[in-house]
Structure formats: C-alpha cells, structure tokens
Write a protein of this length. Structure first.
Length: 510
C-alpha cells in the first residue's frame, strides 16, 4: 500500500466528493477531477524523463497544483522535495543544490527569490515549471507542462524507496534534508488518522504548509486517503479562515497556537457557526491555558489534543484529550508505531534513562515505520543524531506520575518561532556583518503569539531600527528569522572555548 493506492481507493469510493478546494479562488476539484489532474501532471513528468527515484522540487503555497504535483510524483515513483516558498534566493539555491532535483515547480509567491537564484547561476535542474501568469523565460507554464494520460500501471517501487524529502533546520544551522520512505508516508498518514480519530469524509482546513510533515502527511495525505476534503489556504487570513469553517462545515482543525489566536480575534468569529468541528489539535509551540480555554469554548470539540512531533520521527507520543488532564502542554506516552525514552540530558546515551519526574532528553527509536533512517548527504549528522538506533530529538521532557509526558522546551539552542526553526548562528552572521556591530548573541524569547520570537543581544553602536532595516534588506535572511527584539549590552558572555553562553542570555531575558 502507498499514497497512490489510498488516493485511488478514495477516487473509486467518492468520485463526486470535493477532494481539494482553493479557499482563495473558490476553485473546487472533485476526486474524479483531481485524479485526472494528477494523471496529467504525472504524464508531464514522464514525458520529460522523470520516473522512479528522480526528485521534483516544489516551492509553492498550499494550492491545488501543489497537491496535484505531490500526488503525481507518488504516481510515477518520483520523490517530492517541497520547501518553504518564503525562502530568499540563497536558500532556494542551497535546497536545489543539496537535493539535486530533475524538475522544479514554483509559483508566484516564490518567483522573486527563484529569479534571483536563476540570475546567480542557480536552478541547476533540467525542467522548471511555473504556476501562475507571465511565466519567466527560464521556465515553462504549468498548463503546457501537463501531459495527457499515462500508459500502463504505476512503476514498481519498494516500501523503503523515498517518497518525499523534507527539510528541517539542524544544529549546524544548515537545513538538512530528511528522506521519508513510502512506507513511512503511509505510516504517518495512518498514525495521524488513528491518533486523532478521523473518520471517512472529514473536512480539514489546510493552513499548515505542505513543506511541513503535519501539513503534508497529517492533513493532505490523511484527507486523500479517506475521502476527505482538503481546504487549502495559500495565505492565511483569520477572517477568511473562520468564514470557511462556517461555510464548509469543517470537521477537524490542526493548527499552531498563533493561528487559533488570530482566528478567535477576528471579527468574523462573532455569529459564526463553529460547532461542526469535532477534532481540534495544536502543535509547533506551547498553548497557554487562557488560549486553550478560549479555543475549547469557541469550538467545543469532541476531542482536543496537543500533538508533539518532529520531521524525523513524526508523532512519537500519543494524543491525549487535554480535557482529561490538568495542563494543555501534556502529551501522552509512546504512540502506536513508536518506542520512546527520556534519558539523562548530559549522557548522550540512550541507555541512561531518568526516573519519572526528572527532566531529560526525549529519544525515539528509529525502528518505527514512520521514522526516518538518516539525513540526506549528512552521514556525520546522522551518526550524531542516532545512537544505537535511538534518535536524540534535542527536546527536554519529563514523565508525569500518570505516565503522560510534558515536553518543556529545546535541549539545544534552536529557536522555534511560529512553528519555523531558526538557528541563532544564521541571524548572528547577518547582524555581525554590519559595520557598527561588534558581537551578537541570539536566543529565543517567550512570545504569547509565536511561542518564541528571535531576540538579539548586541554589542555595538547600531540602533534597533538600523539593524531591523539591515535584516529586511538582506537577501539571505528569511523574514521569519528577523529579530523582533534587540537588547544592547557591553559584552556577549562566552565560555573559555569561545562559545556563546546562550543560557546566560536567556536568564537575563527573564
């Protein structure tokens, strides 16, 4: 079984049901129509010599063409490589060089960065496809790329063959590619559906981006496997989201806390009918009790869960209904497909487990069918991350007396802002390039809206306004990585080996 066979079963079961709806344009595709589109895109891939094992990079927002392109790669045995459509040109170039795709599909939201990468000598891939109007000269229009129909059955591919490569920020600051096998894609789809209790014919709002494992596996694939309807939002608008939940009868939501906060603050929430939502889940950042109670009151779902996960192993802890526990940050113990442990923070040894109530690092065994087996082109990073089969998540956690787990934060220095990973060194490199900056130390600062925001401690003569403009104008720094707070200090604390002591900065932050 793979994503293609699950999708085809949904097409046979509910050919006239809406499969994908573009919230921005109102464009609707039934399962039968989407299947024809997938076949057409798949034919376009095959016509250009793309087949099993070949990689297809995708830089698009959540839209029907993105869903069709992903499903088409699965149909021909190719490997989808979706990445953040908001990345600057340098990062676009990095992702393409690292993944070596045979084709690259992008839309207007990423066009400017793609054009800059092209002018700088990037885009080293044979086929370039643009979704939108006024296609640049170095690409072909999506409409012309699409072919007719495929001849014959789907090619033979094995369960261990890659389905998709997702990128995540690592401890070196460089994004790392994570190949996810075809078996793991199915396991992630089923794990999410089982954990959330999804039924056939659910309707979900697609705000989580398709370059994230939750957006791709937890929402799109879960819907396509079970005759669900995927309501894709290319750009999030809280009022539109609330009106869509009302008009479309959305039955399940999985969002970051900040998305829920914006929706509940929208004027449209007054008088909106939200009672069709039976399942609510959140992930990506902690949710405080005030927001939890507001979301619970607004939607009154049958089930409300905190989903812990990562790109490497997906959702290793079970989903606990938060109304049955005393804190909205609680997650369960090992999930259906996983084995987990909490080990000593300093031991780097999966055998050094800690007692309940003691904070340690959460580790997950990679024998799970949903797990990755290593990083793309990074054998040394793989060796450091996986010890005796156990993946070290970098997350600090402890087990409660009731057996449930609380994840308390990052055991390393990665900043997670609005569900996006930001490595401090990336931001520090940009800021220290300014002539009036001597030294910089970057940490995550608690934020009610984003979970964390990027905060920069600066030793230098520049002002916050000057540095903010400097970051905005820097092509190599995505906007979500830009510091939202600055504090000017006389000296950045370092240890004897010269490393920044970020814990001291975090202590100063309160």
């Amino acid at each position: 079984m793979d994503v293609t066979s699950m999708f085809e079963r949904s097409v046979s079961r509910t050919p006239d049901r809406d499969a994908v709806v573009d919230v921005a344009t109102g464009e609707r595709h039934t399962y039968e129509e989407l299947a024809a589109e997938v076949e057409s895109v798949a034919a376009g891939l095959v016509d250009r010599g793309i087949g099993p094992g070949d990689r297809v990079a995708v830089s698009m927002a959540n839209r029907p063409e993105h869903a069709a392109t992903f499903l088409a790669t699965q149909r021909v045995g190719a490997v989808a490589v979706p990445f953040n459509f908001r990345l600057p040109a340098d990062d676009v170039d990095y992702h393409l060089r690292d993944s070596s795709p045979s084709a690259f599909v992008f839309d207007d939201l990423s066009r400017e960065a793609v054009e800059r990468a092209q002018s700088g000598g990037g885009l080293d891939c044979g086929t370039r496809v643009h979704v939108g109007d006024d296609t640049p000269s170095f690409a072909e229009p999506y409409g012309e790329f699409r072919g007719g129909s495929l001849a014959g059955d789907a090619p033979e591919v094995g369960p261990d063959d890659p389905s998709v490569i997702l990128y995540t920020s690592g401890t070196t600051g460089d994004p790392k590619g994570i190949p996810i096998s075809r078996e793991a894609t199915v396991a992630r789809t089923l794990s999410n559906s089982l954990g959330q209790g999804y039924y056939l014919r659910e309707t979900m709002l697609g705000v989580m981006p398709l370059y994230h494992t939750v957006g791709l596996h937890g929402i799109l694939c879960s819907m396509m496997a079970a005759s669900g309807t995927y309501l894709c939002m290319p750009e999030f608008d809280p009022g539109v989201a609330v009106r869509t939940i009302d008009a479309e009868g959305v039955t399940a939501l999985h969002e970051a806390p900040t998305i829920f906060r914006h929706m509940l603050n929208a004027d449209a929430v007054e008088g909106a009918s939200l009672d069709t939502v039976a399942t609510v889940a959140y992930s990506g950042a902690p949710m405080d009790r005030t927001l939890f109670e507001a979301v619970d009151g607004a939607f009154d779902p049958e089930r409300f869960t905190n989903v812990y996960g990562n790109t490497e192993t997906y959702d290793p802890l079970e989903f606990v209904d938060l109304r049955t526990v005393d804190e909205p940050t609680v997650v369960g113990n090992s999930h259906t497909f996983h084995r987990t442990r909490i080990v000593d923070l300093d031991a780097a040894d999966p055998a050094e487990t800690v007692a309940p109530g003691v904070e340690g690092e959460l580790v997950v065994h990679t024998d799970s069918p949903a797990s990755f087996s290593g990083y793309l082109n990074e054998p040394e990073e793989t060796r450091k991350a996986i010890v005796d089969g156990w993946y070290f998540t970098g997350d600090a956690a402890y087990e409660r007396e009731d057996g449930n787990v609380v994840v308390t934060g990052r055991a390393d220095d990665l900043v997670i802002s609005g569900g996006e990973n930001v490595h401090p060194a990336e931001v520090e490199d940009v800021l220290t390039a300014h002539a009036d900056v001597t030294e910089v130390g970057v940490v995550g600062s608690p934020s009610e809206e984003w979970g964390e925001i990027v905060k920069a401690y600066v030793d230098g003569d520049a002002t916050a306004e000057v540095l903010d403009e400097w970051c905005r104008e820097h092509d190599g720094l995505a906007d979500f990585k830009r510091p939202r707070e600055y504090e000017f200090v006389e000296k950045i604390p370092r240890n004897p080996s010269g490393k920044i002591m970020r814990y001291r900065l975090r202590q100063d932050d309160g």
